[in-house]
Design a protein around this ligand. Structure first.
Ligand SMILES: [Zn+2]
Length: 323
């Protein structure tokens, strides 16, 4: 899976590099038409490489003086070329390839190391196949605005302090995520940043190379229904079972039937039994989970998951008010 993604990223980069080279070649042709003197200069520049190869090997008699002469010749040719380009109102790098990655010139490698642009491309594809694509731009740990967490909780504790703890906990969780990391239950009213933090964790975990699937509880239940009742043969519910981190967003908004309850229980239970991590976010309180779901789901969530209570005011509403 990883190698497949890596090969795909390299193939795409290769296409970009070829395009950059082809476009540079076209600009070189354009220049040669407008400034005919460039033609012989370009030809001379192109001959330097083969001539350098033909003068022998390092250590041979005259090797150094001959290669120095060629380097000087090359330098003078380039100077002359730049002069002509400037005189005619062109930037001196006009016929140079413009690569999408300036670090590796779209080769994917810096020396023998794989360039970051390849990793980014792999991560980006993973974001989109995880369902986190939309959250990619705006839901990271960096974009969380702690300023909205103010005031005190019902029990008189500082909202900022409690939420700082939750945020730090999530950051550490993402940083140290590995197979077998604990599961999290993010609990609290709407607009307290649960989805934001769950997405931020997903984002970091993807970057570490793990498979992540992010989906609302309603969509998960719909997918199992579609599969069960043959409405859609393209649904892939296996990924909910197999991915290394599953984020079930907004538990409690799905329509609950006998069938959906057993789907959720099987999924949550399967992941616990197999040591796979899950993050569940919900607007429901523990009491409401106990009332709305069967005892077996409640006992898994309250007993096996680490509960992170989100407090404060509805951030979405606060943001709207300040617009
Ligand atoms: Zn690169």
């Amino acid at each position: 899976m990883f190698y497949e993604e890596r090969n795909r990223a390299f193939a795409e980069l290769d296409k970009k590099r070829m395009r950059a080279l082809e476009e540079a070649r076209l600009r070189e042709k354009e220049l040669e038409i407008k400034i005919p003197a460039l033609k012989s200069i370009n030809k001379a520049v192109a001959s330097i490489g083969p001539r350098l190869l033909s003068i022998g090997m390092v250590g041979d008699k005259d090797f150094e003086s001959k290669s120095n002469a060629l380097y000087n010749e090359h330098e003078q040719l380039i100077e002359e070329k730049h002069r002509l380009l400037s005189e005619n109102g062109y930037p001196t790098d006009y016929d140079m390839p413009v690569y999408s990655c300036k670090l590796c010139n779209d080769t994917g490698y810096i020396d023998t190391k794989i360039c970051n642009c390849v990793r980014e491309a792999i991560a980006k594809r993973a974001y989109y196949s995880s369902g986190l694509g939309k959250a990619l731009e705006n839901q990271s740990f960096d974009t969380l605005e702690m300023g909205y967490y103010a005031g005190t909780t019902e029990s008189g504790a500082s909202v900022r302090e409690q939420m700082s703890f939750v945020v730090e906990y999530c950051k550490a969780y993402a940083k140290h995520f590995s197979t077998g990391s604990e599961s999290l239950l993010m609990i609290g009213g709407a607009g307290r940043g649960k989805t934001h933090l769950a997405s931020a964790i997903g984002r970091e975990v993807i970057r570490k190379g793990y498979t992540v699937v992010y989906e609302s509880a309603a969509n998960i239940v719909n997918a199992f229904e579609a599969e069960r009742f043959g409405k859609d043969i393209n649904v892939d519910t296996d990924r909910y079972y197999n991915c290394e981190l599953l984020i079930i967003d907004d538990l409690g908004t799905e329509f609950n039937t006998q069938f959906t309850l057993s789907v959720l229980f099987n999924l949550i239970n399967h992941r616990i039994v197999n040591g796979l991590s899950t993050i569940v976010t919900t607007n429901l309180s523990l009491k409401e989970i106990e009332n709305n779901y069967k005892e077996r789901i409640y006992s898994r969530l309250s007993g096996e998951y680490t509960v992170l209570p989100f407090c404060g005011k509805d951030i979405r509403r606060l943001k709207k008010d300040t617009l």
